[in-house]
Design a protein around this ligand. Structure first.
Ligand code: BDR
Ligand code: CA
Length: 311
């Protein structure tokens, strides 16, 4: 099995991925850690608690970053995920509460309790991972793997022409996290834009998800309308589920190894620039950062079929 901590800003596609993390028999979900991003952090925490309650699978939830490390927060536009993060559908009250521990402390404690075993899957801005490294740099050598939904190598951005939202929302945290030297795979838009979760796929998912079904289906309709208007196709990209798909079914993705730099300032902030390992450059600064793996593509239909079959 895969013991994971899932770091998230739910978020419509986050909710789909959380459902997978709660459902997949090979995933041992150790906890959800929350960050601002698609919504403010208290809403993200509320949604994480709600989703685990509806799935009748209680897991620890630890609240994390409320703002970026350095830059000023740009609140996410409410027309993408809705003001409540779940497509503005009416949501039931919650009974459970977050831990008193911060997300970063929860990550540090959990990784130290099971050295070499825990995979961090992060699908929001990366403040919690950056804060965890700062709290205890030793975790860099103790995680099993880090999987991040974020960035774009050749695909272009979704917030600016060059930047993907999770990296754009906190480029300084992303830079620290992506160059920390831990074993890491970046699942960015080059892969996630190949995957389209169509209305018929969601109908199958909702039918199998019990009390969670109406929340997944209702929030999907809102996200679908955004994609229709912004991208002109019928469906949505299940970005965050792709990070879990890579973890469980890596052969569905095309990957490359190399060095990565995050632009942290200026009009290109949030851009991720990749230097493949087999290229030599005169300026050796590019090859001095630790190696990581990036996704350059995905078998989109097979990834979506895996999501539907899991749920
Ligand atoms: C990422 O940004 C967020 O809006 C989504 O939840 C996903 O994590 C895609 O760029
Ligand atoms: Ca997300």
């Amino acid at each position: 099995g895969y013991p994971i901590i899932f770091d998230t800003d739910p978020g419509v596609d986050d909710a789909q991925a959380i459902a997978i993390a709660l459902t997949h028999p090979d995933i041992e979900l150790l906890g959800l850690t929350t960050t601002y991003g698609n919504v403010d952090v208290t809403t993200a925490t509320h949604n994480a608690l709600l989703l685990s309650e509806l799935a009748e699978h209680p897991v620890p939830v630890a609240q994390g970053a409320a703002v970026p490390l350095v830059k000023t927060r740009h609140p996410a536009p409410a027309h993408i995920h809705g003001a409540n993060g779940l497509g503005n559908i009416e949501l039931p009250d919650i009974q459970s509460q977050a831990l008193a521990t911060s997300a970063a402390q929860f990550i540090v404690d959990t990784v130290n309790a099971r050295p070499g075993e825990v995979t961090l899957v992060a699908v929001g801005p990366l403040g919690n991972l950056a804060a965890a490294i700062q709290l205890d740099p030793g975790i860099v050598d103790k995680v099993k793997h880090v999987v991040i939904m974020g960035g774009s190598i050749q695909e272009g951005g979704n917030v600016t022409p060059v930047a993907e939202a999770n990296i754009f929302n906190d480029p300084h945290a992303a830079s620290r996290t992506l160059t920390a030297g831990w074993p890491l795979t970046l699942v960015g838009l080059d892969a996630t834009h190949r995957c389209i979760l169509e209305p018929a796929d969601m109908a199958r998912i909702a039918a199998g998800q019990g009390a969670l079904g109406p929340v997944l289906a209702g929030s999907y309709e809102f996200y679908r309308a955004f994609y229709q208007q912004a991208r002109g196709f019928d469906g949505c990209c299940p970005h965050d589920s792709c990070a879990l798909a890579w973890l469980l079914e890596p052969e569905l993705f095309a990957t490359a190894r190399g060095h990565l730099t995050v632009v942290t300032e200026g009009i290109a902030e949030g851009q991720t620039i990749f230097a493949p390992e087999d290229r030599q450059f005169a300026d050796t600064r590019w090859s001095r950062t630790p190696m990581l793996e990036v996704c350059l593509g995905a078998n989109g239909r097979s990834v979506v079929d895996w999501i539907v079959d899991t749920l």
